[in-house]
Write a protein that binds this ligand. Structure first.
Ligand SMILES: Nc1nc2c(c(=O)[nH]1)N[C@H]1C(S)=C(S)[C@@H](COP(=O)(O)OP(=O)(O)OC[C@H]3O[C@@H](n4cnc5c(=O)[nH]c(N)nc54)[C@H](O)[C@@H]3O)O[C@H]1N2
Ligand SMILES: Nc1nc2c(c(=O)[nH]1)N[C@H]1C(S)=C(S)[C@@H](COP(=O)(O)OP(=O)(O)OC[C@H]3O[C@@H](n4cnc5c(=O)[nH]c(N)nc54)[C@H](O)[C@@H]3O)O[C@H]1N2
Ligand code: SF4
Ligand SMILES: [Mo]
Length: 800
């Protein structure tokens, strides 16, 4: 597709990060500029990266041609040799087919850059379709570092992705709770909506070890010690329960609070235990007026209970069973007891948040309902991530705000056909996802492979040998801890193809590298912009503003072309991307012609429906929640099957100075990290307009911490962990605790225009934080790496 004609103003959106800001582009003389588009539901502002999009697009280091390596893996120079697209695609297809035939399609792992940090959002569904149609159950997309808490872990409490899909209704919230999330840096559309909410009087509570971004406007801001968030959530929950600050009718009716749990086994009591013929699928509650057990059929969604107010919530009862009396406690009682064991005074000692601030947070949350919340990276990258998320999910469930106006709401989506191809993968193949045996409830259950498991499969052949990697831009070696092990793993692969805009350490290991178009060189279809009903109702097709550099092709085009060569034309619309989009859009009534005619998109008149769990279906029974009990699971019985507690539980981070006193003397500080404003993840350091504002990798530390080590602001320092040392420049941050420091990952690229050096991804001069962070010990449920609470020491760099 040719670029837009010169001098025109075009409606568009920036897909460079999760914010997907609506924008207006002005195209002149083969280049373009972007400005905000206040008429777009995510267009109130553009960040510096969006404004630098023209420089990213036109950067001289862009990959221009398909290339093959001519030297063995591990050689200092890959000896890249240009090849034609036809040759490249033919060889890739041939290698993948051979691997599938000899070792099964599961031996090929697909990977992708995260859609939160790139324009791959245009293509991710099609990439998944390719992976599934090919027959591989393995997709590595940083799910365990980026999306587990928001999307998948919350399924075990809500049966739905909260807050990933049930988004905070910021426009109506009485109180906004950001927990380990800093949208001022990471999602501008949420930051601008929050600022507007504050202006109309909404409250803001932020939990973050740093007072960054909107945390400066939060009241309270809770300065939590990294990785101890579960203890904080449990203490807040305790205060709420103790004061009756929870939505009791909601909790009784829609959570599994009243269901009885056997004290002896920890399992929910089943009706079959009460009398012969009782249904093993039915649960039991206790009627406190009749002093009798009540059978609860999950399929009835609570309509089989006459008076929910009569059910016991907080006592031990003796239930007569076929095997004699059995002591049982309502699920709520167990959760309350667990939280009671971590009252504010105890939590204060663990988390560093003063007890009175914990009490105040509970009061603010309750008194300024409805509460809308979001959690993100601050909670994803921990050895205890799943329990942290569970603790916060349970806290939120008690407020009764889920799917209520001003709470976390599933906005009505534009109806479309899913193209991710879930049905294309044979269940027998899905059962082979790498990691599913070790962590049956983890990301592998949903076809996502963790970095740790990918490396093990490639290096040790467990559970089987990973032999091929099709990598849509993901910079695995820089994104995951244990970078050096990652390099060895990639070198052990028989074949790797990598698609990217730029060369990166992961691409350097590939056999074939393919150049892809940037966001503004190709069309991109976006159905729904997520953050509000208005945003979620918008369908927009981004137009190319400039022609592609070199021979770069859109990811989605490469997916379709590869599919054709792999004999998957039937699943890929005979290679016609337009036909694929038409199929996707068909239920919406929106046509490609409409979208191409009007680049500002089509806004559908969709209405939000609240409290959908209570809406009756055709059979008159409410929808309830997609969990085993049909209710929100304050008590997650499923977790017992994997040796995890069913009630939220705090565990000290696995590699902290407290859990590892043997390391604490040498490494007394806790190292966490945060995203940089000027770059996305490991990208963009080569762009002068961005790099000039943030020239060096940083580590933030309290001035007292620095002074105690003879460090002044701006000094080059070494961050040392038990795995080694990397470099960064010291930056003072008064808001940090004096035993916590905050680094940045992703630094390797040079910026030639500014004469700023690159940093080797490996070796003594490296600034790659993930070289000295470990993927283990990982979260037992999800395999999340403990990247945000590891021990470290910071010292002045010997070179200054
Ligand atoms: N220590 C530490 N490590 C972390 C994190 C952290 O906070 N701390 N964050 C984690 C998180 S949340 C994530 S999501 C991962 C991110 O890790 P990745 O998903 O790997 O993301 P990036 O580093 O942004 O980009 C990787 C590559 O994708 C390329 N790319 C960009 N856009 C496109 C595109 O449209 N198509 C193609 N084919 N390629 C493209 C870029 O040029 C770059 O080379 O890192 C994780 N790693
Ligand atoms: N500018 C920019 N925007 C981005 C990205 C980027 O790299 N740059 N990346 C995109 C991607 S892939 C993602 S995943 C999102 C992430 O977006 P965010 O989750 O907002 O990212 P971070 O800034 O890494 O982390 C949020 C906050 O968590 C805090 N934190 C660190 N450790 C802890 C902890 O143990 N507990 C708590 N409660 N908080 C903690 C940090 O201090 C930080 O302020 O941003 C997306 N947007
Ligand atoms: S926040 Fe910046 S990079 Fe992200 S979509 Fe908006 S303008 Fe683009
Ligand atoms: Mo991410």
């Amino acid at each position: 597709m040719a670029g837009a004609s010169s001098g025109t103003e075009v409606a568009t959106f920036c897909p460079l990060c999760v914010s997907r800001c609506g924008a207006r582009a002005t195209v002149t003389d083969g280049t373009f500029t972007l400005g905000p588009d206040p008429s777009h539901p995510t267009g109130r502002a553009l960040c510096v990266k969006g404004k630098a999009a023209p420089q990213i697009t036109a950067h001289p280091d862009r990959l221009r041609h398909p290339m093959r390596r001519t030297t063995p893996k591990g050689a200092p120079d890959p000896g890249w040799q240009r090849m034609s697209w036809d040759d490249a695609l033919d060889s890739v297809a041939e290698r993948l087919r051979a691997l599938a035939e000899e070792h099964g399609p599961e031996s090929v792992v697909f990977s992708s850059v995260s859609p939160s940090t790139s324009a791959i959002v245009d293509s991710i569904d099609w990439i998944q379709r390719l992976q599934r149609a090919f027959g591989s159950p393995n997709l590595a997309v940083s799910m365990e570092l980026c999306g587990w808490g928001r999307y998948l872990a919350s399924l075990y409490t809500f049966g739905a992705s909260v807050p990933g899909a049930y988004m905070p209704d910021l426009d109506r919230a009485g109180c906004i709770l950001f927990w380990g999330y800093n949208p001022s840096v990471s999602r501008l559309a949420h930051a601008t909506a929050t600022t507007a909410a504050l202006r109309r009087g909404a409250r803001l509570v932020v939990v973050d070890p740093r007072r960054a971004g909107l945390a400066t406007k939060a009241d309270p801001w809770l300065r939590v010690r990294p990785g101890t968030d579960a203890a904080l959530a449990m203490a807040i929950t305790h205060v709420m329960i103790d004061n009756g600050w929870f939505d009791e009718p909601f909790v009784r009716r829609w959570t599994n609070a009243p269901l009885l749990v056997r004290v002896d086994t920890g399992r929910l009591l089943r009706a079959e235990a009460l009398a012969a013929g009782g249904d093993p699928g039915h649960h039991v509650a206790w009627d406190e007026v009749a002093e009798l057990p009540v059978v609860v059929d999950p399929a009835a969604r609570g309509t089989d209970i006459e008076d929910h107010g009569r059910l016991a919530l907080a006592r031990t009862v003796e239930v007569a069973t076929g095997d004699g009396p059995v002591a049982c406690r309502p699920a709520f009682d167990l959760v309350a007891a667990q939280c009671r064991a971590t009252p504010p005074t105890v939590a204060a000692e663990i988390t560093g948040v003063p007890a009175d601030e914990i009490e105040r947070a509970a009061r603010v949350l309750w008194e300024s309902r409805p509460i809308a919340f979001y959690t993100w990276s601050g909670l994803e990258q921990h050895s205890g991530t799943t329990q942290i998320i569970r603790a916060i999910n349970v806290l939120y469930a008690l407020t009764g705000c889920l799917d209520a106006p001003g709470g976390n709401v599933l906005f009505t989506p534009v109806p479309t056909n899913s193209v991710a191809g879930v049905d294309l993968l044979d269940p027998a193949q899905r059962a082979k996802t790498i990691g599913v045996t070790e962590r049956p409830l983890g990301p592998a259950r949903f076809e996502f492979v963790t970095g740790e498991d990918l490396y093990t499969a490639a290096l040790e052949g467990r559970p089987y040998q990973a032999r091929g990697l099709v990598s849509f831009g993901s910079n695995l070696l820089m994104a995951h801890g244990d970078s050096a092990r990652g390099r060895d793993a990639l070198q052990a692969l028989e074949f790797q193809v990598h698609l990217d805009l730029f060369m990166c350490p992961t691409a350097e290991q590939a056999d074939i590298v393919l150049p892809v178009t940037g966001a503004f060189e190709a069309e991109g279809l976006k159905v729904g912009f997520e953050v509000s009903q208005e945003a979620q109702s918008l369908v927009q097709l981004r137009r190319p503003l400039v022609p592609p550099v070199g021979e770069a092709r859109p990811d989605v085009q490469v997916v379709f072309d590869l599919a054709m060569r792999l004999g998957l034309g039937a699943q890929f619309f005979a290679g016609d991307v337009d036909a694929g989009w038409r199929h996707q859009l068909e239920p919406s009534g929106v046509t490609l012609e409409q979208l191409r005619d009007d680049p500002s998109g089509v806004q559908l008149p969709l209405e939000t429906h609240h409290r959908k769990y209570a809406a009756a279906g055709g059979d008159g029974v409410p929808a309830g929640f997609a969990t085993s009990t049909g209710r929100i699971e304050l008590y997650a019985e499923d977790f017992l099957d994997v040796g995890q507690p069913a009630v939220p539980t705090f565990t000290e981070p696995a590699t902290s100075p407290r859990s590892r006193p043997d390391l604490a003397e040498e490494f007394p500080l806790v190292l966490t990290c945060a995203k940089p404003l000027h770059f996305c993840e490991t990208q963009h350091r080569q762009v002068a307009r961005l790099r000039s504002r943030a020239p060096d990798p940083q580590v933030e530390l309290h001035p007292d911490t620095a002074a105690a080590r003879g460090i002044t602001a701006g000094d080059w320092v070494e961050i040392a962990t038990p795995k080694g040392r990397v470099r960064a420049r010291a930056a003072f941050n008064h808001s940090l605790a004096d035993d916590v420091v905050c680094g940045q990952h992703g630094w390797f690229e040079a910026c030639e225009e500014l004469d700023l050096p690159g940093h080797p991804p490996f070796g003594p001069d490296s600034a790659n934080l993930n070289l000295v962070l470990s993927q283990t010990p990982s979260d037992p449920t999800s395999g999340s790496s403990p990247l945000r609470a590891q021990v470290c020491e910071v010292t002045k760099h010997p070179g200054g």
